[in-house]
Design a protein around this ligand. Structure first.
Ligand SMILES: [Ca+2]
Length: 151
């Protein structure tokens, strides 16, 4: 009985941290599946929806101490030529990407990340993600898809 309770507690803890991570990534709950239009990739920083290895974005997010820093926002983790911030939905028609990324990064000390995201959405500076930041899924010719497709 004790062993089952211990396993249950561990599963709840792991699920909580994955939820926490998604809440600290722009549109972390809306990142598109790289192969299946209309579906969402549930574990943004991982190589599969149910596997544990980190993808390139997940490793960069880990290196940034699980904060959406300016560097993480500007980086192109998957090497497809499109920055993480743009792939995750930042709208650069009013402000350029470095300005938006700096705003997000500088807000960490004074506001909750969810408040920053809400402000960006209400200001139409954050919209729907256009790609997955951890997989080469953009047709820019700069990288080869490095994940097994299948829906
Ligand atoms: Ca990219």
């Amino acid at each position: 009985m004790f062993f089952k309770l211990l396993i249950w507690c561990l599963l709840v803890t792991v699920a909580h941290f994955h939820s926490w991570y998604k809440e600290h990534i722009l549109n972390g709950d809306r990142v598109p599946h790289p192969c299946c239009p209309g579906r969402v990739w549930s574990r943004v920083g991982h190589t599969g929806p149910s596997s544990t290895p980190l993808n390139d974005f997940g490793r960069d997010f880990q290196r940034s101490r699980h904060l959406f820093t300016k560097e993480l926002c500007l980086a192109d983790s998957d090497g497809d030529g499109i920055s993480n911030g743009v792939e995750l939905g930042l709208n650069t028609t009013v402000y350029d990407l470095p300005t938006l990324c700096h705003f997000i990064d500088s807000s960490h000390m004074s506001r909750k990340f969810e408040e920053v995201v809400l402000f960006l959405k209400r200001s139409k500076l954050l919209s729907t993600p256009i790609g997955h930041p951890g997989f080469c899924d953009q047709n820019t010719g700069r990288c080869q898809p490095n994940f097994p497709c299948g829906c």
